[in-house]
Design a protein around this ligand. Structure first.
Ligand code: ADP
Ligand code: ASP
Ligand code: MG
Length: 470
């Protein structure tokens, strides 16, 4: 047996990988299978669609819909207690996680009750509610490991992931978190105790709960991996790795064995849900390898993400954002494009809202940009306010049902004809392109299309670059 210090590994399990008692049992066995070579840090998402239910409950509570939120929380409680009892044969004495579940959900009920009385929840209260699923799954997973004979304990990431105060989409404070992560996790690992850390959650320096954005448990894992530091981070999910396209849209999509950090970053940013957009920042900086693999088919190698790899030049994957909003904003007569652009982009930047594509419309002072649908409402408000306050903006047009398709590849730089081939493939299938953009790094070429054309567009590009071949 290798000494425990030989490999430091972070293992992250997503919602589907923990979606039932059976899945939790498999995850625990996967972890147990690795303890001969490593004492891993485990990071868990909430089970299945728990987070969706919690968000719905919080919204209902804010609207004073008491019956709705109570039903949602009652049903989460039933589901989680059932999982505990299903695991009881495997982990007799499931009382411990059951007590934790009751106590965490009691806290959620109390917050919902407050919202009902006061008609509102603060950002931190919303984050506390939406990330409670991770507390539940961490309690169950740690207990399951214990009953397998492994020392493990649940760790609330509020103790180790310090963030800024942007509730709902917080960014990590790396230096403070490094100190906290090492201080809390290193002694556990030295004692061969497996920490089971809640994904998604963090806290401000003052201790208010934050979340890292939907899908943020990937980032929890890579933050810990980079700052502990670990040798590698393994992200277990429901597909066999990062694929040439979302397999739900393109049945012939193939697993990509190696990706550079920059390619993975680009893919994640443009909507390949398999990786959270912010999950590549720290591993890239600290050069920690990240492997994406299936918890359903754990023997497959998956995708390894590391420094630049020698690969076939050209497009490596095509990703999409299905639910985008496209804004076209004109300047009032006589105002230069740069002033219009500065006002608009400055307004978005102030709220930390990322753009998916940005283009200047011909010689006019018109800027066209797309954001992910979740930001649509807020961007409208920002633009209206800017129009009133600055006197620079004129007409604002919104296309609600837009999608963005993006071809990504590190070696696209210097490969001529990629854009021509991509737009040719879309034209051949009569797909109307609303806006186009090519990153100056030439890591990606993007096209905005109508939402209903996204699947056809992704397939057209996938076929044109023969990504499903070989
Ligand atoms: P988890 O719960 O494990 O975090 P997610 O649902 O967040 O899993 O991400 C996995 C899903 O990402 C897959 O089921 C797949 O539909 C989707 N996906 C989108 N684009 C890609 C891609 N390029 N490669 C692999 N999966 C992708
Ligand atoms: N449970 C959270 C979500 O559903 C975080 C995650 O799964 O990564 O968004
Ligand atoms: Mg995810």
């Amino acid at each position: 047996m290798r000494p425990p210090s030989a490999t430091k590994r972070v293992l992250k399990f997503g919602g589907t990988s923990l979606g039932s008692a059976d899945r939790i049992r498999s995850a625990a066995q996967l972890i147990a299978g690795q303890v001969a070579e490593t004492v891993p840090v485990v990071v868990v998402s909430a089970m299945g669609s728990t987070t969706d239910s919690l968000v719905r409950a919080a919204n209902a509570a804010q609207l004073g819909e008491q019956e709705t939120w109570r039903e949602l929380i009652d049903s989460l409680e039933r589901e989680h207690l059932e999982v505990c009892s299903d695991l009881a044969d495997f982990s007799p004495g499931a009382e411990e996680p059951a007590a934790a579940i009751l106590s965490h959900l009691r806290a959620v009920r109390e917050l919902c009750q407050v919202a009902g009385a006061e008609r509102g929840l603060s950002g931190t209260q919303l984050d506390e509610i939406s990330s409670t699923g991770e507390l539940l799954s961490a309690a169950i997973t740690a207990d399951t490991l214990n009953k397998l004979g492994l020392a493990a304990c649940a760790v609330d990431a509020k103790q180790i992931i310090q963030t800024d105060g942007r509730f709902g989409r917080a960014m990590v404070a790396a230096q403070a978190s490094e100190h906290l992560i090492r201080g809390r996790l290193s002694p556990l690992l030295a004692d061969r105790v497996i920490p089971v850390v809640t994904g998604f959650r963090g806290a401000t320096a003052e201790g208010s709960c934050t979340t890292l954005g939907r899908g943020g448990s990937d980032s929890t894992a890579t933050i810990i991996g980079a700052l502990l530091p670990a040798d590698e981070v393994w992200i277990y999910t429901d597909v066999a790795g990062v694929m040439t396209a979302d397999p739900r849209l393109v049945p012939s999509a193939k697993v990509i064995p190696f990706l550079s950090y920059r390619e993975a970053l680009e893919l994640a940013f443009f909507g390949a849900r398999v990786l959270h957009p912010n999950s590549m920042d720290l591993p890239r900086h600290h050069d920690v390898r990240v492997r994406i693999l299936s918890s359903f088919e754990p023997v497959s190698q998956g995708t390894v993400i590391g420094p630049k790899v020698k690969s076939r030049p050209g497009v490596r994957a095509v990703v999409d954002t299905r639910d985008a909003r496209l804004f076209t904003v004109g300047g009032v007569d006589g105002v230069a494009f740069t002033r219009v652009g500065t006002a608009v982009l400055g307004g978005l930047e102030a709220e930390g809202i990322p753009t998916l594509i940005v283009t200047q419309s011909s010689a006019d002072n018109v800027i066209c940009f797309a954001v992910s649908g979740e930001h649509g409402k807020r961007v409208r408000e920002i633009l209206r306010k800017l129009r009133d306050d600055t006197g620079v903006l004129g007409e604002i047009e919104v296309t609600s049902k837009a999608g963005i398709v993006v071809a990504v590849g590190d070696s696209m730089r210097g490969t001529p004809g990629i854009a021509a081939k991509l737009f040719g493939a879309l034209a051949e299938r009569n797909i109307n392109v609303v806006a186009i953009s090519q990153g100056s790094s030439e890591l990606s070429v993007s096209a905005a299309v109508r939402a209903e054309d996204v699947a056809a567009a992704v397939n057209a590009i996938h076929d044109a670059f023969e990504l499903g071949a070989g």
